[in-house]
Design a protein around this ligand. Structure first.
Ligand SMILES: Nc1nc2c(ncn2[C@@H]2O[C@H](COP(=O)(O)OP(=O)(O)O)[C@@H](O)[C@H]2O)c(=O)[nH]1
Ligand SMILES: Nc1ncnc2c1ncn2[C@@H]1O[C@H](COP(=O)(O)OP(=O)(O)O)[C@@H](O)[C@H]1O
Length: 204
């Protein structure tokens, strides 16, 4: 039977650079990850494509997915729903591939209940003022929404101790290298545990 893939969960406040770091990570030839596309009721930003960045749904459609147990986790964040379709995650892990979730903290805590063996990484900003600068620089949100997201950021930062690793996103390339090192180390650890277990069974 094929070994199950590793589930990797990346969280961090809005504007910290999750999307940017993830894209850098996915362009690296020496690490193969499968991105789980989330469902959201948020309106698409300019340039976002349905089925690539998110599956964009109405609130009714989203609530139906909740009722039909189609989501591994979901949360309401700054007035919109976000959730992870469970089928893709389950199927891909079973194929032995690593799955990468980029989700906020409430959802991450729900994932931990279902997949305690997943790897939880929190991407942290160098400072709150740098975080504000990055959200403003991106220019996708109004002043009101920036304020709400910064408020949510403060609550999210309080949750970082619940993660296995905290990675600072001071520079994109460095953050990307750190995450890569964590994933590779976790693979080695799992391999060692599996081998020890196998040996133990051989002896008995
Ligand atoms: N719980 C949960 N959060 C998600 C999911 N997809 C995205 N998010 C998070 O929702 C928050 C808002 O996402 P978005 O509106 O795209 O803003 P951005 O992170 O500032 O680009 C971010 O923290 C995302 O990581 C999901 O499927 N479930
Ligand atoms: N290490 C970094 N240094 C400076 N700017 C960054 C860094 N990482 C990301 N950014 C910029 O910050 C803004 C928010 O990044 P984004 O990836 O959209 O964040 P998130 O997905 O966490 O909301 C973007 O304009 C991005 O180019």
């Amino acid at each position: 039977m094929k070994e199950r893939g590793l589930l990797i969960v990346l969280s961090g406040p809005s504007g910290v650079g999750k999307g940017t770091v993830r894209k850098a990570l996915f362009s690296q030839p020496d690490i193969q990850l499968q991105y789980s596309i989330s469902v959201t009721t948020r309106k698409p930003r300019e340039g976002e494509v349905d089925g690539v960045d998110y599956f964009f749904k109405t609130r009714e459609q989203f609530e139906q997915m909740i009722r039909q147990n189609e989501l591994l986790e979901w949360a309401e964040y700054v007035g919109n729903y976000y959730g992870t379709p469970i089928d893709y995650v389950e199927k891909t892990l079973q194929e032995g591939k690593d799955v990468f979730l980029e989700i906020e903290v409430q959802g991450a805590m729900q994932v931990r209940k279902v997949f305690p063996e997943a790897l939880f990484i929190f991407l942290a900003p160098p400072s709150l003022s740098e975080l504000r600068k990055r959200i403003e620089m991106r220019g996708t949100e109004s002043e009101d929404l920036i304020r709400d997201r910064l408020q949510a950021a403060k609550e999210e930062l309080e949750m970082m101790d619940a993660y296995d690793y905290v990675v600072e996103n001071d520079q994109v390339e460095l953050a990307c290298e750190r995450i890569k090192a964590i994933v590779m180390a976790e693979h080695c650890r799992r391999e060692r545990v599996a081998q020890r277990y196998k040996k133990m069974l051989e002896v008995e």
